[in-house]
Design a protein around this ligand. Structure first.
Ligand SMILES: [Zn+2]
Length: 459
């Protein structure tokens, strides 16, 4: 939308998720081009010029768009498998199938993953992709193209693995890259696709998969590469007791100390899970401003444990939410993770004081922007920030009898999305994507899932 064209949204409750948690029981938001121009209580200012659209949002809550900080899009076509396994057994069961993916499969899976999140209010997505079988095509290009076509803001965490079965790792030998090959391909992806501008739609991070699937050299050299290129770093950390044991046996230290020894703590780093953290691990994350992608449903699905989110927040660790790959969280929706984060953390040590509705909403918005390094641009509704926001419909059977809109959104059923805007462009209307054909994507993902299952069965 041209910079001088305005959209006015009025008569809605607003949760800005700014530094003071400012909320308006009834207010307005004015979008100008791809930015939020103004917002506040009551009606929009009179006399605005070039208003191309006025939305009467009565019965709605407007929030910043949701930000997903950890995912593996390709897993969309391997959902519902190995359903009763812990992480290591689940990985061993699925790697032989994942090793057979190709470009059409990855494209369809990316579309499925993105569509499911976008229509549930996600405006910034990320994909940690780390399986690059030899001769499988331009997987990074396919994923980035899918996000661009859908109109979702996007970070590709270009993953890699170089520790296979023969080196004591879990992936089969043919599913991994060489150290030099992984570093060169990652650098090429950054150079080709990373945009560092304020309103970037595509960014790239350096993202070796996990301590137990990559060599120490790939971690250390990957960190140096990211800092040389000025991009962020992402990986899995401290997910399970088995991983902790693996690190002690191989490296003589726990995961956080191992990460520190390889250059992997810092304000340009975010890690998925961080379930098994002691007090000194949390202090190290807080001191270094290392971010965390909290994935409550996936952690429950794989029986990994409960991350100490209240302790992390109290220490000042930046925390966002992630759905994780959909082979370990079959729903693939982020708005339901607001509720799951709140409920699962209340099963931990802090009980009813663990998280409240506003903290859960903050994890899914501003916290996500922090860990993706985009808090100046998105994650809260403030003048000058990007026009990424969602209108949640809260006046139907599911929510109408709950007085407080943020409580309704977080504690209640998954709320319908009346409209979702990214960069000032509407991508969802009444729960349906405007930028893609959901039914065509559903068919393509089913076809590609069946093709992958056939190829894997023949291998
Ligand atoms: Zn993951």
């Amino acid at each position: 939308m041209a910079a001088d064209r305005r959209i006015v949204i009025e008569n809605c409750a607003i949760a800005t998720v700014d530094g003071h948690d400012t909320e308006y029981a009834s207010g307005y938001v004015v979008l100008a081009g791809n930015r939020i121009e103004s917002l506040g209580a009551g009606r929009a200012p009179e006399g605005l010029e070039n208003v191309v659209r006025r939305i009467d949002a009565t019965g709605h809550l407007v929030t910043p768009g949701l930000i997903n900080t950890h995912h593996h899009f390709y897993q969309w076509i391997t959902r519902g498998l190995a359903t009763d396994h812990n992480l290591f057994n689940w990985l061993v069961a699925l790697y032989p199938t994942w090793a057979r993916i190709d470009e059409p499969m990855v494209r369809a899976a990316a579309q499925g993953s993105l569509a499911m999140m976008a229509r549930g209010g996600v405006t910034t997505a990320m994909d940690h992709h780390y399986v690059f079988p030899r001769g499988s095509g331009d997987l990074s290009g396919a994923i980035i193209g899918a996000a661009r076509d859908m109109g979702v803001r996007f970070t590709l965490a270009r993953g890699s693995m170089d520790r296979s079965e023969k080196d004591g790792g879990l992936p089969p030998d043919f599913a991994v890259e060489t150290l030099d090959g992984a570093l060169a391909a990652t650098e090429e992806t950054v150079r080709q696709h990373h945009d560092s501008s304020f309103d970037a739609m595509t960014q790239v991070a350096v993202a070796p998969c996990s301590p137990f699937s990559v060599s120490t050299e790939l971690l250390r050299d990957g960190a140096q590469l990211a800092r040389r290129l000025g991009v962020r770093l992402h990986t899995h950390g401290s997910e399970t007791v088995e991983e902790e044991k693996f690190c002690h046996e191989l490296f003589g230290m726990g995961p956080t100390d191992y990460f520190e020894s390889t250059g992997w703590l810092g304000e340009d780093v975010w890690m998925a899970h961080c379930v098994h953290m002691n007090d000194s691990d949390i202090a190290a994350f807080a001191r270094s401003r290392t971010g965390v992608a909290h994935c409550p449903s996936s952690n429950a699905r794989l029986a990994a444990g409960i991350a100490r989110v209240p302790d992390m927040l109290a220490a000042g660790v930046p925390v966002g939410l992630g759905v994780d790959g959909t082979a370990s969280n079959e729903s693939g929706e982020l708005h339901t993770e607001l509720r799951n984060a709140l409920l699962i953390n209340r099963l931990g040590a802090h009980r009813e004081a663990a998280l409240n509705a506003r903290q859960a909403l903050r994890l899914g918005t501003y916290g996500g922007a922090q860990v993706l390094g985009r808090a100046a641009e998105t994650g809260s509704l403030e003048p000058g920030k990007l026009a990424d926001l969602v209108l949640w419909k809260l006046d139907t059977l599911a929510h109408a009898s709950i007085a407080d809109p943020v409580t309704a959104l977080v504690f209640g059923a998954a709320a319908p999305v009346t409209a979702s805007f990214v960069d000032g462009r509407q991508i969802v209307e009444d729960g349906r994507l405007l930028t893609a054909d959901e039914d065509a994507i559903a068919r393509a993902t089913r076809d590609e899932a069946q093709r992958l299952a056939r190829i894997a069965a023949q291998a």
